[in-house]
Design a binder for this molecule. Structure first.
Ligand code: XMP
Length: 525
């Protein structure tokens, strides 16, 4: 398949560049700027995109463009630092500007029909700038701050832009990237859900032959789509297992089973293990300890199942591309551990499986598109994320069967009302991406109820009550790394609060969480 290689010079936007290229139906992969030649050329790219980065080209140890890139004779597009690195390597001049330019800027295209002629508003984020173009280049656009906001060498097909076409703040920026990959690199746009499915099916068949394959399905998007793809490839050789931990949301188990049976015609083995999980959690209140117990228990339950099923050789994992690039990126991943993230369905380290990872090169939006094309129901494909340890991390204090049931009932009311008011599901995501809604109407990325181990006094029907409080958490976010609390309509909040207190035994007070992330996290534990 035709493809593009994106070289990462340490930009926070590198993955966004890759997503925009994929949105143009072109396959691409991300590499650290210093990745070995064999690795990069194994992809047989038809062009290179160089990302931005935090350094200055003159700094010691600053990333540079490896020589073999130029020797391939393929087109190159340098973005921000990528443009400066290109200039520096080809004999132009880069200098530090008096002032860092950050935020929106206007550019003026200097030629008709060039890469940048559709653009006027752009997003800048740079300290250095180009003061002399390398030989063979001409200026394609100028901004108030820079005579060379974009440059090109038409003969060699080398281009550079000082701004960031990949971010939403640059209207039509995606067209620039599309133009580069389709017109300049001559790539055919063949990366579609149908072709992704076709290619994966072939790869899975080749990998597993006629062996049996085990999959742990959690109800999350990734594990469901991964299992569905494998089922498409090998049918009944797949054994999909769903573990009911007793820590799931209302009706979750039935929904997942019905999605598999009805929509895919695949069998799903349900393992009822709630007693096991809840008794292991008895008396435990420390958040990290609760997570550890659930993760460990899951592995043991799953292990026992695998044994019963005659220990299949292969295991499906729903690993997606951001997990892969994040763990190999330079200088990143040094973030402090805030919480242990247990992915239910995570690989038990001491188990002898070969992994089948059909989503390893896909972004989340591609996983969803593939899920839809495979016929999974919208409710599953557009589900909000749900943490591996389940309701454990939303049931603060000790998780007893009674408190888990209380939380589940309150949470179901919240989701029902949000969904009825149109705040959840596919439409919400689409609208959020195009950014056409005012903040007040903004849709919700994730919403849930948290049960607090706090009792307060209330009055109901002339009777004094002394019961627990529940908090509503609803956030809007693009990437779940930062988030803001959703400005939900007050009437909607009033209705949810009223229903929870009236319908759920043991809760007499509801509060709304108005903290962003940071400083808070999305989950409470
Ligand atoms: P935090 O609370 O860290 O959550 O702001 C960010 C996102 O990750 C989800 N989350 C988890 N997902 N296992 C998971 O698979 C976990 O242990 C876990 N903890 C948090 C959370 O729901 C939010 O979407």
């Amino acid at each position: 398949m035709d493809s593009i290689a994106i070289l990462d010079f340490g930009s926070q936007y590198a993955q966004i560049i890759a997503r925009r290229v994929r949105e143009a139906q072109v396959y691409c992969e991300l590499f650290p700027w210093d990745a070995p030649i064999e690795k990069i050329l194994a992809l047989q790219p038809k062009g290179f995109i160089l990302s931005g980065g935090p350094k200055s080209v003159y700094e010691e140890g600053a990333p540079h463009i490896q020589d073999f890139i130029f020797k391939t004779g393929l087109p190159i597009l340098g973005i921000c630092y990528g443009m400066q690195a290109l200039t520096h390597a080809l004999g132009g001049q880069v200098d530090s500007s008096a002032q860092r330019e950050y935020g929106p800027a206007e550019i003026e295209a200097l030629l008709p029909d060039s890469l940048v002629s559709n653009l006027s508003r752009v997003w800048m984020s740079h300290g250095d700038r180009i003061t002399k173009l390398p030989d063979g280049f001409i200026a394609l656009a100028a901004s108030g701050n820079s005579p060379f906001a974009a440059m090109g060498d038409m003969k060699r097909k080398y281009f550079g832009v000082q701004f960031h076409p990949e971010v939403h703040h640059t209207p039509n920026g995606e067209k620039l990237l599309k133009h580069f990959v389709l017109e300049i690199c001559g790539v055919r746009p063949t990366w579609t859900p149908a072709s992704i499915i076709e290619e994966s099916v072939e790869r899975i068949r080749k990998q597993v032959g006629d062996e049996r394959v085990l999959a742990a399905v959690s109800g999350g998007v990734d594990s469901s789509v991964a299992a569905a793809l494998v089922h498409k490839a090998i049918g009944d050789q797949l054994v999909a297992v769903f573990v009911d931990t007793g820590l799931l949301r209302k009706n979750e188990g039935e929904q997942v089973a019905s999605a598999f049976r009805r929509h895919l015609g695949a069998e799903l083995l349900s393992v009822e293990a709630s007693d096991d999980f809840l008794s292991a959690l008895k008396g435990v209140t420390e958040p990290e300890e609760k997570r550890r117990i659930v993760g460990e228990k899951f592995i043991r339950v799953f292990e026992a199942q695998a044994k019963q099923l005659g220990q299949p050789r292969f295991l499906v994992q729903g690993t997606i591309y951001p997990d892969v690039v994040e763990s190999s990126a330079p200088d990143r991943n040094k973030a402090e551990k805030i919480k242990t993230h247990h992915n239910v369905g995570g690989l038990p380290e001491d188990m002898q499986f070969e992994l089948v990872e059909p989503l390893r090169y896909l972004f989340k939006d591609e996983v969803r598109a593939v899920g839809e094309a495979l016929g999974l129901p919208e409710a599953l494909v557009w589900r909000q994320p749900f943490p591996g340890p389940g309701l454990t991390v939303r049931c603060l204090g000790e998780v007893t069967p009674e408190r888990a049931a209380r939380l589940r009932a309150a949470d179901a009311i919240l989701l029902e009302e949000l969904s009825r008011a149109g705040f959840l599901g596919k439409r919400s995501t689409v609208i959020r991406q195009t950014g056409s809604l005012s903040p007040v109407q903004q849709m919700v990325s994730q919403a849930f109820v948290v049960l607090l181990p706090v009792r307060s006094v209330g009055v109901m029907g002339d009777q004094r009550t002394y019961q627990e409080a529940a908090a509503i958490r609803a956030v809007t976010t693009e990437d779940f790394m930062t988030a803001d609390w959703a400005r939900l309509p007050q009437d909607l909040l009033a209705k949810v609060s009223n229903r929870i207190v009236n319908e759920v035994d043991g809760i007499n007070r509801v509060v709304y969480d108005i903290t962003s992330k940071p400083p808070a996290t999305i989950e409470w534990e």
